[in-house]
Design a protein around this ligand. Structure first.
Ligand code: ZN
Ligand code: ZN
Length: 157
């Protein structure tokens, strides 16, 4: 029997530990204003799994959930009460959970983004050859329109 891949991760201080099973359904880089404000970063690396595949293995009582209504229903952005580190974003309406890829161990090696989303509202150009959706791909509820590949990577002027 082959063993399902397990990714371990958690918050900045380590109080909240998360375990994710199997490969993500999708992974990408988000440029939306909500992600920018919440993470205080120009882009956000995300990966999404069915909610049952994402388990909090320690520090459930340390989780703080902030709900904001989005185009895909309420979004439970969850962080650690102690260190403020973001860990995941529950999307109960679609039964999925977005895990912030960089909180997973070895994420720099295992994270394989396949597209950029909400590139239209972004502040940074990334010339990496990946598709750049103005908002989301059509199968994920977006308009499916793609932005042109920029000539270089850097903040937009
Ligand atoms: Zn923490
Ligand atoms: Zn976003």
């Amino acid at each position: 029997m082959s063993k399902t891949q397990v990714f371990k991760g958690g918050c900045f201080c380590g109080a909240v530990e998360v375990e994710v099973q199997g490969q993500p359904a999708a992974a990408g880089i988000c440029h939306c204003e909500s992600c920018r404000k919440w993470h205080s970063a120009p882009v956000n690396a995300w990966a999404i799994w069915p909610e049952a595949m994402v388990k909090v293995t320690a520090g459930q009582d340390q989780l703080l959930e902030f709900n904001k209504q989005g185009s895909d229903g309420p979004s439970g952005r969850s962080s650690c009460k102690r260190c403020g580190g973001a860990v995941f974003n529950r999307k109960p309406k679609i039964g999925m959970t977005v895990v912030y890829a960089m909180t997973l161990e070895g994420s720099g090696l295992v994270f394989e983004p396949t597209f950029h989303c909400f590139y239209g509202e972004g502040v940074m150009h990334m010339a990496d050859g990946l598709p750049k959706f103005e908002n989301l791909p059509a199968p994920l509820g977006g308009c499916g329109k793609q932005c042109d590949e920029p000539s270089s990577t850097g903040f937009r002027r």
